[in-house]
Design a binder for this molecule. Structure first.
Ligand code: 13P
Length: 255
């Protein structure tokens, strides 16, 4: 990444892991290991762990995020959580568009756009996830797929609001599979996303936008991925559940 233009962001996505008690323990484990980080550090925890996470992270450089939010302010949406609810708790970040939400819970480019819009309206910063499936990569449509996902999700986002958007490129075939994209593959898609931001907004905004890579990033491969010009951080699943390994990725991003 270009440290003169952007600050790296390392975010853990804990997915459906950890109880509130375990959340407190893991954050207490991570805290001393990342205290001198020169990148932003975020943990995105299950809804029921947000309160414990906020308390455990208080006074530290660890920020807390949720993993999804609904697009309506309130209403008859059993089982959903609104962006306003997150904001009222003091949660600053939320993930939208994760491929697991798209695959298992029917999220589409349009609902991702709506969730992103609601999160911005509530004052949150969004980690917007995009990425192609294996068949799409094999068919050579990766760039079209990812460009469309980004373009639709940002359809109602102003240039000023873009400062509260982090984009996470997560190739679906690399998530939880141990099969990481090569550093070159990650960089070329991130670069294409940055070029699209330049087309949609401006070169200045494209230069400022943080674009992460996610998909089997771990302590062993983080340094090479993060050394790429257009890879500005990581969205980490499995490896974010172990304090020392997550911290080693934060250390790699701080160099
Ligand atoms: P893994 O790091 O477990 O592959 O998960 C990546 C991810 O989906 C982060 O959002």
């Amino acid at each position: 990444m270009d440290k003169k233009l952007r600050k790296a962001v390392i975010a853990g996505n804990w997915k459906m892991n950890k109880t509130p008690e375990q959340t407190e323990a893991l954050i207490n484990g991570i805290k001393p290991l990342v205290a001198s980080a020169e990148c932003d550090v975020i943990v995105c925890v299950p809804f029921v762990c947000l309160d414990a996470a906020l308390k455990a992270a208080e006074g530290s450089n660890i920020k807390v995020g949720a993993q999804n939010c609904h697009w309506a302010k309130s209403g008859a949406f059993t089982g959903e959580i609104s962006a306003d609810m997150l904001a009222s708790m003091g949660v600053p970040y939320v993930i939208t568009g994760h491929s697991e939400r798209r695959t298992y819970f029917g999220d589409t480019d349009v609902t991702v756009k709506n969730r992103t819009r609601a999160a911005l309206d509530a004052g949150l910063t969004v980690i917007l996830c995009v990425g192609e499936h294996l068949e799409q990569r094999e068919q050579g449509t990766t760039f079209e797929v990812v460009r469309a996902q980004v373009k639709i999700a940002l359809g109602e986002v102003s240039e000023q609001e873009l400062e509260r958007i982090i984009i996470a490129y997560e190739p679906v075939w690399a998530i939880g599979t141990g099969k990481t994209a090569t550093a070159a593959q990650a960089n070329e898609v991130n670069k294409a996303i940055r070029e699209l931001i330049g087309e949609l907004y401006s070169k200045a905004s494209a230069d400022k936008t943080v674009i992460q890579y996610g998909g089997s990033m771990n302590g062993a491969n983080a340094a090479e991925l993060l050394a790429q010009y257009d890879v500005d951080g990581g969205l980490i699943g499995g490896a974010s559940l172990k304090a020392a390994e997550f911290a080693s990725i934060v250390t790699a991003a701080s160099k």
